[in-house]
Design a protein. Sequence first.
Length: 404
Amino acid sequence: MGRLNQYLMKRAAITIGGLIIFACCVLLLERLLRIFQVVTTSTNPASDTSQMIVNLLPYYLGIAVPLALLLGIIITVDRFSRSSELTAAFGSGISLLHMTKPFLLIGVFLAGLTLFIEGYMQPVGRYNYRKVEHSVKQQSFTAALREGTFTSVGNRTFFAGTDLPGAAIGPIFIYETLTEDDAETGMRLTTASQGEIIVRENTLEPVLQLANGEIHVITEGDRKQLDGDLSFEGSSIAGAASVINYRIRGDDEREMTSRELFSNRKGKNPRFDVTPEVNNATLHLRLAKSILLIILPFIGVPFGLNYGRNPSSAGIAVGVVFLISLQKALEFGQSLGAAGKIPPWAGIWPIIIAVAIFAFWIFRKSAVKMGQPPLTSIAHYMSHIQADIGRKFAAIRRFGAEPR
């Protein structure tokens, strides 16, 4: 690789890497608000928040990588054009195709990375995120009593007053609904002047130790009656309030790796409850996103070209609109294939082929014919249309102003 290509690759890699980091940070800001709401009941909010953010990163990388690749190429080529380095390269006999090679190499690398991100990291990360969210919502005594408000967990309602000196909390009120499993139906009311939460070392199970309290049992029959009244100096309630093991991975197609999707093409794997249409549409979309990254350099380079005295700055805006429109078109095609209205491949690959044809046409127009850059030509064309419309309106105003 020549020095020019090394120079272009270095500048493009720095720009694309910075855009990926920036896009992930911006996308995570919106989700952080929801994460903070979830971890408010967690006994270890810092750890749970970090786990949820790490598991979300593959999803946002799948959004950020194609956007950063296209915009990074446009910005790099635009700077190269404005500094007259592009003109000097052309004067040295270097073709536009030759200067596109470093961007193509980056695209191929990111395509392979996207295959791994979309095919493995995203499904596993999505499952782990849901698992952490589930475990946070399975509140323990610690979470229930920490807020100092009435909190319902399972068939119990807890309340604890302000913190007491040391590790104690109180006063404590517990309302528990009795079921047939308790040999009697009704309710149990427990009060205590103070309590303390400890965690067993061997099982990490939270235990609420109560001191100086009373237990009242009210049973239901023909009419409610007080059936038990017990005072105690010390008592304990052990175990998490609601422990439910989370399901295994594979609840929907978004939690399945590409290898699992490929093995389940006919929908006969009993582990996954996913129809063949949904399964195959998702698999085609993941493959198409990787192929798209190899095509984008041939679109980004023409979008970033600038010649002449009046360079166009529309490349970034057009690139963003183009990529968002393409993403929505692919999602729409996937939804049609998943619904069985068209074959799963028919909603994805015709769009990719159309994008490839467009990339070939626009790159050939810029590299072979060496005419005005595509976006500059569009800008000039739009300015001519605007001028024609202005002249027509001026003629209409003059016609209306003439005396009759």
